[in-house]
Ligand binder design. Sequence first.
Ligand SMILES: [Fe+2]
Length: 202
Amino acid sequence: MNWNALVQRINQDVEMTMGSKRFQHTLAVRDSALEMARRFDLNPLHAEVAALLHDIAREWPVKKLISYYERAKREDRPDWEADHLALLHGPAGALWAREYYGIEQNEVLEAISFHTTGHPTMGKVAKIVYLADKIEVSRAYQGVEEVRQLALRSIDKAMQVSVDQSICYIIKQGLFLHPYTVELRNHLLKELQNYDERNTGR
Ligand SMILES: [Fe+2]
């Protein structure tokens, strides 16, 4: 696969098909993800493609969105998820990426699929796309600066704080809390605890 040609093609497609606000957000996520990919020595082309495609299905007509989501559905997804349209564009977009662009790399597909809820098994490229979505330059919520600073030195620490913030926000809004998000949070805590123990010799 010629990744540079693919990036160019996707760039054009997202510009043509997205509203201008979402396109600007997508470019900002791309920039932030690329910066982290370089900092943490991850595949920059995989990060760029995933970032450009993360919201590809966000503005789709509901019928198309649900049809892709249903085909992409994993067995461990909760039943109530299908009633929450904002949660469907990740998995739908990942299936689109595979079928329309022929992308087979799991680290790209899972980054698109899990960028809204997270997932306990998500890899580093998925994590930086998740983070980029939260800290891109136009984001201005309370706590964003803390995540930006953490993202300069530790993907997992930045993830843990960002996921905690999301969980607090979801609870305050009275929304459904996704099991993937809870599992991810617990997984990150465990990983960070293991890291601390290794480094302090305890
Ligand atoms: Fe999204």
